[in-house]
Write a protein that binds this ligand. Structure first.
Ligand code: KG4
Ligand code: ZN
Length: 341
């Protein structure tokens, strides 16, 4: 295998430590990931714990990615690293590590925006036609983009408050489930075939921005009205009521499905030249949401793509891929690369 032009990608923006090696001809040739799970006891990511864990894992994860790709650091041409947005301490671990490697090994350095990484993550497995619309939804952000090419994308709308994943995480937490809440919400909803018994209010505003805090509050007051949640002690009072948990989870998921579909439909009206729809970010692991957008796309003669779950959540592969395209365009960073917006 030709071993030049190799990109090492590093991702440490939150609670995942990822590293990957990307080859221009063969694509992704390795990727290694460590997911922290101690945050589940706290109902969300604790920044101080996240950055300490990043520091503990980064060397071994980068070594593993290089080993699995059967290359050495000397074979690597450029090091791509997530430099924003994310948790400051976690980002600093990856950025300082990448800078140190770039400096000592005399490699090119490429700063990659984490959201750009998610936006292009479907290209790890598919050749998605341009232009397309992309919903990017995770625990930290929710946004809608028009994507015209590599490095050429426009933000059409974003959340004004909470992220979609945060709505799943917070509602799960209200019902005593650990972080992350998305997978358990999906499981509960599936058990009652995604029925919408509680019909939470849909946003009336016809813009491309998102808002999930009202929905989260609607769920909270629904639980309070049912005598299932104590606002003062923040205690879930009906842990044995599985049916209630199923109904809340399912109605929340269906509501978020409606919101995603509504935003895509509105964006499509304004961007009739688009050829495809993508769903990316941790929330894109959700099979129900994938199915909803896939069906909508089929009905509008558009193709739908979402990455496989391993590339929906944070990973080094998407950073290596974007790094490759930036290198191709000659967009390198210097050692002053920082983590600020
Ligand atoms: O992209 P990601 O790994 O990290 C961030 O950048 O935030 O996304 C994590 C988010 C969490 O909010 C988690 O609850 C959500 O993705 N998530 C899901 C599912 N799996 C993970 N949300 C809905 N359904 C899922 N199956
Ligand atoms: Zn992410």
């Amino acid at each position: 295998m030709k071993k030049n032009l190799l990109i090492l990608g590093i991702e440490t923006s939150c609670d995942e430590t990822g590293a990957a090696v990307y080859h221009p001809e063969f694509g992704l040739i390795s990727h290694a990931l460590f997911s922290q799970d101690h945050h589940k006891y706290f109902g969300g990511v604790i920044p101080e714990l996240a950055s300490r864990s990043q520091l503990e894992k980064i060397t071994i994860i980068v070594q593993q990615a290089l080993h699995d790709a059967n290359v050495s650091l000397q074979d690597i041409d450029a090091i791509a690293v997530t430099n924003k947005p994310g948790l400051a301490g976690s980002l600093l671990v990856g950025v300082c590590f990448a800078k140190a490697l770039a400096w000592t090994e005399n490699k090119k350095l490429i700063g990659v925006n984490h959201l750009e990484g998610h936006a292009f993550s479907p290209f790890l497995e598919h050749c998605v036609p341009f232009p397309h619309l992309s919903i990017s939804a995770s625990g930290g952000h929710t946004a809608l983009y028009r994507v015209d090419g590599f490095g050429d994308f426009t933000l059409l709308g974003q959340t004004l408050d909470d992220a979609a994943g945060e709505a799943f995480d917070k509602v799960a937490k209200m019902m005593n489930y650990p972080y992350p809440g998305g997978p358990i919400i999906e499981k509960l909803a599936q058990e009652i075939h995604f029925s919408d018994t509680r019909s939470y209010p849909r946003p009336k505003e016809k813009t491309l921005n998102f808002s999930f805090s009202g929905l989260k509050t609607a769920v909270l007051y629904d639980l309070v009205d049912q005598g299932a949640y104590d606002l003062h002690t923040r205690e879930f009072l009906r842990p044995e009521d599985h049916r209630l948990k199923q109904e809340v989870a399912s109605s929340l998921l269906v509501c978020i499905g409606d919101i995603f579909e509504q935003k895509i439909a509105l964006a499509y009206k304004q961007h009739q030249d688009i050829k495809a729809i993508t769903l990316v970010g941790g929330v894109a692991c959700n099979k129900y949401l994938r199915q909803r957008l896939s069906t909508w796309s089929n009905n509008h003669n558009l193709v739908f793509y979402a990455p496989s779950p391993q590339f929906c959540t944070d990973n080094g592969a998407m950073i290596a891929l974007v790094g490759y395209h930036k290198a191709h365009r000659g967009e390198f960073s210097n050692l002053l690369l920082d983590i600020f917006e």
